[in-house]
Design a protein around this ligand. Structure first.
Ligand SMILES: [Zn+2]
Length: 256
């Protein structure tokens, strides 16, 4: 049926009236914001660096701008053996027996633990990788006032061949939150065995989880590692999306 111009006008008038009526409805009371909602809002919209300082991690590394580090790095992790494996809910963590260390420019940091992030926290030239492994080393503070000093070695993973280190423990990760002791001789972390000549990006930053302590030397291994899609999928299933978003450099230099 063809609509006459008059009918169209009537329809328009009715619509206008309807809309106008809706506008005159009293507004429903706005629910007071719950603490949880407020926390979520603040987390989502927090500006990088402003909440916890200006030396935060992770960052996006621009490979073309990283130069001039000349660092002395010695990794002493041959046969480093974890004795505890834990599903912490937000990450999978392996705790190591004392005895291994990383030395950066004359400072020796003791190997403590390794854990994973899915996807990667650091980016290289804007690329987020499906997984990142952090090997956390530490110099214990000498006084209670002093913060601990950390050195984190970071490995970025792409999908490819299965990683033998991950294979050695993945089947034993508890499916629920909780930990278990590892028997001696089960799992070894030997970065030196893979490639003794790793090259690194280096910068000063923070822990990427609370309390975001800003006394961290970061060494990001340039060579992208491989893990199988199945390994990455299983780790992601266990820990979920646990990558902190990238933070501004605020004048910091990334060197290599
Ligand atoms: Zn981490």
């Amino acid at each position: 049926m063809l609509r006459t111009p008059r009918a169209t006008l009537t329809l328009l008038a009715a619509l206008t009236l309807l809309t106008a009526c809706e506008c005159r409805q009293p507004k429903p009371d706005v629910e007071p914001e719950t603490a949880v909602r407020q926390e979520a809002r603040e987390e989502r919209y927090a500006l990088p660096g402003l909440d916890h300082g200006l030396v935060q991690s992770p960052v996006n590394i621009l490979s073309g701008r990283a130069e001039g580090g000349h660092h002395e790095i010695a990794i002493n992790m041959h046969g480093a053996e974890p004795n505890h494996l834990e599903n912490k809910g937000h990450t999978i963590q392996l705790d190591f027996q004392p005895g291994s260390s990383v030395t950066l420019d004359g400072n020796e940091y003791q190997l403590k633990q390794a854990h994973f992030h899915t996807p990667s926290e650091h980016q290289i030239d804007g690329i987020t990788y499906p997984m990142e492994g952090h090997i956390v080393n530490m110099i214990e503070p000498k006084t209670p006032e002093e913060p601990p000093r950390y050195l984190v070695v970071s490995f970025l993973f792409r999908m490819g061949e299965a990683d033998p280190f991950i294979t050695s423990f993945l089947d034993q990760v508890p499916s629920e939150e909780g930990g278990e002791e590892l028997e001696a001789g089960q799992v070894y972390l030997s970065p030196n065995d893979r490639n003794p000549d790793y090259e690194y990006y280096h910068y000063r930053g923070s822990l990427t989880t609370p309390p975001y302590t800003e006394t961290v030397e970061w060494l990001i291994v340039k060579e992208i590692q491989q893990a199988s899609p199945e390994q990455i999928r299983r780790i992601h299933l266990l820990e979920g999306d646990n990558a902190r978003r990238v933070q501004a450099l605020y004048g910091r230099k990334v060197d290599d």
